[in-house]
Design a protein around this ligand. Structure first.
Ligand SMILES: Cc1cc2nc3c(=O)[nH]c(=O)nc-3n(C[C@H](O)[C@H](O)[C@H](O)COP(=O)(O)OP(=O)(O)OC[C@H]3O[C@@H](n4cnc5c(N)ncnc54)[C@H](O)[C@@H]3O)c2cc1C
Length: 401
């Protein structure tokens, strides 16, 4: 298959779409190939992190995501603010999350990609890598065909649990929030009709999620005679935890779930992938191979840390008595300001510091509030010194070189 772009992105999920926008902003001819003919309606992420909000605002997408969020939350009873959770412990502080479903974010990004002249070809399933472009980027999710075709190892651990997330109609009400029981965890809200269940007895036998499967799981965990009268959208998930050993092999690169998968604890996967896209776009546009290699060097350790913290969250939420004690102890520790700050920054990705070769403590950190909507870096004064900022909003260098 031949595409018209210099770069071909496989997968029009949120990461592929943002990367396409980033490349187009840099003047790179980009084609996105997506096997689905229309956007997937399956419920996944419902919120984006504060750092992702800042990043999208930096590109001028603030009003669009605010409007999309306002439209989605207009009829929501829940008006609480959240800074996220660790293993269901809602004790984090720092940047607030924005309620915005993954589908709504994808619509915003697809519209922007269209404005920037990206060609998105739907109904095209990629089965080989001979796409005729200079670079092929696999943004094709956890089961990435691109990763497999490129022969990149996906190292890690297999699934130990079954999770479900769905929007349903219930006969009766469930208490809002997370509930731990001797058979697992269930949660309700904040979106109307949203339920989430986790059972720690291995992966699901099948990927099909039916009304009966959801109802049986919810009954087993909650111990209540609940009736699900309708299912609007549903998905199952596991704690399969794996990472590509490299994000680049020749002219093939990976971003998002294609590069790393883990359980959705703490709501980190989407944000991780979007920040991969921001890191890769401007580097790829330069065509500088050594600079492109810094993509793996900078982003691999960031995902590695998320993989580790999501595994820890799985261990903390297990229903056995020993794990419940560990959970209680960890909950107490999270009341300590230093612990709270450290875990919050880790889950929200606000403590990321890339090694840019400059020893200044602000080098390699993100600067919020900049207008980099033209995709170009800038120079500002930080700490009384001149600082150069990369197109992704991170400080390259502070002071004289
Ligand atoms: C239940 C659940 C809840 C979650 N909650 C959160 C949350 O709260 N916060 C958070 O940050 N993250 C969350 N996540 C994770 C988040 O949904 C993923 O990290 C995100 O979808 C990754 O985006 P992506 O673009 O990398 O991949 P995907 O969204 O998987 O997109 C990949 C795209 O590639 C296409 N594709 C695949 N193969 C091919 C092929 N061969 N040819 C052409 N196209 C192909 C697919 O059709 C798809 O459109 C959750 C995930 C789940 C399952």
């Amino acid at each position: 298959m031949k595409t018209s772009g210099d770069v071909t992105i496989v997968g029009a999920g949120p990461v592929g779409l943002l990367l396409a926008c980033e490349l187009a902003l840099q003047g790179v001819r980009t084609t996105v190939l997506e096997r689905l003919t229309t956007q997937a309606g399956t419920i996944k992420a419902q919120m984006i992190s504060g750092r992702t909000v800042e990043m999208l605002a930096m590109r001028g997408l603030g009003p669009a995501i605010d409007a999309a969020s306002a439209a989605e939350t207009a009829n929501l009873a829940w008006r609480g603010r959240t800074t996220g959770h660790f293993a269901g412990l809602f004790k984090l502080d720092g940047l607030e999350l924005l309620m915005l479903t993954q589908q709504a974010l994808e619509r915003v990004l697809e519209a922007r990609a269209g404005e920037l002249g990206v060609e998105i070809r739907r109904g095209v399933e990629v089965t080989d890598l001979d796409l005729g472009s200079e670079y092929v980027i696999g943004c094709d999710g956890g089961r990435s065909t691109v990763r497999k075709l490129a022969g990149i190892e996906f190292a890690g651990t297999g699934p130990t649990l079954t999770g479900y997330q769905a929007i349903v109609d219930l006969d009766g009400e469930l208490d809002r929030g997370w509930h731990h029981t001797p058979t697992g965890v269930y949660a309700s809200g904040p979106l109307k009709g949203r339920i989430m269940m986790i059972e720690y007895d291995g992966p699901p036998a099948t990927r099909d999620v039916t009304r009966d499967t959801l109802e049986a799981s919810l009954r087993r965990i909650s111990g209540r005679d609940v009736h699900i009268t309708a299912v609007h959208t549903a998905t199952s998930w596991t704690d399969n935890t794996r990472q590509a050993t490299t994000y680049r092999k020749g002219n093939v690169l990976l971003a998002g779930d294609a590069a790393h998968v883990h359980s959705p604890f703490g709501g980190q996967g989407l944000n991780l992938g979007l920040q991969d896209a921001m890191n890769l776009g401007w580097k790829l546009a330069t065509g500088d191979s050594a600079l492109i290699d810094t993509y793996t060097a900078e982003r691999h350790p960031v995902a590695d840390r998320v993989l580790h913290n999501t595994m820890a969250q799985v261990a903390l939420t297990r229903p056995d008595p020993q794990a419940r004690e560990l959970y209680a102890l960890f909950g107490d520790l999270l009341d300590l300001p230093d612990v709270k700050r450290r875990i919050s920054a880790m889950v929200q990705g606000t403590d990321i510091r890339y090694d840019t070769g400059c020893a200044h403590p602000l080098a390699g950190t993100f600067v919020p509030g900049l207008d980099l909507s033209d995709g170009k870096g800038t120079t500002i004064v930080l700490d009384g010194e001149e600082a150069t900022i990369r197109p992704d909003g991170y400080v390259e260098w502070v002071g004289a070189r």
